[in-house]
Write a protein of this length. Structure first.
Length: 398
């Protein structure tokens, strides 16, 4: 049995000071939406509606005049998810993306004060343009959007909501939506808001990626940790979190360590995704137990945690004189892990990958006076992931 110190630990890493001034000359106000490119947007919408309890709120497709793409918009708590798929085989852009990456996150969009100013700052500092600032209008008002490349095939869209009163964005319809009656019989997952998104990169790309956020988007270093601490003996990684001025947006950027014989989860993601991308989206709310029970009752699957993680967790928590809102028995039942310091804690679970490729997944979490990212859970979670990698035959190069 592994020693408890190898599985349960205090939060670690280096925290950086907040920026003294805001740059670029406009503010971010958190995540606006996430867009996934998928092979079948209708089936994907049914998956997220059924298992995660999200509501389909808007649609764009043949019935609305969109001849090339079909998109469903879902809402879960305070966040939006767009699922987009091509409508014909001769469409080149999205089909090529799906062939290389499979179903995965393409766009991480931010709500901003001034989309044009943030876009201009980004391109003047080296960001590549995907789409220039554009005013979008319909009967509900207007928004301004602009998009730049971020890393790998991922882009960032800046959304400026000037006076828009629709359910999502111009161009999407609330008609032609097939209602699911499962919501009347299945439990409410009570999803919350996007806490952070994790960007997995290949070896040597951590600095390049974080420099993009700092130089082009005006973000700053928030927290970092290296492979001296984030390692299991088989695998390891290095990570830096970047954040906007108000720290409403946080993006941990990971790269695999090459100091170990095994293939880390970060490198496995890159191998199957084809290059760097968004590994997971973390959704935070105030009652993780309720959310996880509902998710499991709906048929969702979470990553199993090694049982010996919980053997001495009571002792570890007692040493810190920390009382949780859930019992260790409940945590074990639901495969929750906890990261903590002298001030508070976070509870976390991770879903299984969303597709056959071991790439993107979701994290569900609850913060209690703690702003870390689960460094103390690293070895337990990596041990769980490494068991899955062993089953897949991907933990070691052949």
């Amino acid at each position: 049995m592994q020693n408890i110190n190898s599985l349960v630990g205090l939060d670690q890493g280096q925290k950086y000071s907040k920026m003294k001034s805001c740059a670029p000359p406009a503010a971010y106000h958190g995540f606006h939406h996430i867009e996934m490119r998928v092979c079948n947007s209708y089936q994907a919408a049914m998956y997220f509606s059924t298992f995660m309890g999200m509501d389909v709120i808007a649609y764009k497709g043949l019935e609305t005049g969109s001849k090339d793409y079909s998109s469903y918009v879902l809402r879960g708590g305070d966040f939006f998810l767009i699922l987009t798929s091509p409508l014909n085989s001769n469409e080149k852009k999205v089909n090529a993306y799906l062939k290389k990456h499979g179903d995965s996150i393409y766009d991480v969009a931010f709500l901003v004060d001034d989309a044009k100013a943030i876009y201009q700052h980004a391109v003047e500092n080296g960001a590549k343009t995907v789409s220039r600032p554009e005013v979008m209008k319909d009967s509900e008002g207007e928004v301004v959007i602009a998009t730049v490349s971020a890393f790998g095939s991922v882009v960032h869209t800046f959304v400026e909501n000037k006076n828009y009163n629709g359910v999502f964005l111009p161009g999407y319809s609330t008609e032609h939506i097939l209602e699911s009656r499962l919501h009347t019989v299945l439990p409410d997952t009570s999803l919350g808001h996007i806490d952070h998104i994790v960007a997995n990169q290949g070896p040597g790309l951590l600095k390049t990626t974080t420099d993009f956020y700092i130089q082009c988007l005006g973000f700053h270093p928030y927290w970092s940790i290296d492979d001296d601490l984030l390692q299991t003996g088989n695998t390891g990684l290095r990570s830096m979190v970047v954040a906007d001025y108000d720290e409403t947006i946080k993006i941990p950027v990971n790269e695999p360590s090459e100091n170990f014989k095994g293939v880390s989860q970060t490198q496995e993601f890159v191998d199957f995704h084809g290059l760097g991308g968004v590994q997971h989206v973390a959704i935070c709310n105030n009652n993780l137990e309720v959310t996880v029970r509902a998710f499991r009752d709906r048929g969702g699957h979470v990553l199993p945690v090694p049982e010996n993680y919980y053997d001495d967790l009571d002792i570890a928590l007692e040493k810190c004189q920390l009382k949780l809102t859930v019992s260790v028995e409940t945590m074990k039942e639901l495969d929750m892990v906890v990261d903590f310091d002298e001030n508070g804690y976070i509870l976390q679970i991770f879903t299984r990958p969303l597709q056959s490729r071991p790439t993107s997944f979701f994290e569900l979490m609850q913060r209690n006076n703690h702003d870390g990212f689960g460094a103390g859970n690293f070895k337990s979670l990596f041990s769980a992931i490494e068991k899955q990698q062993e089953a897949r035959g991907t933990l070691f190069r052949k």
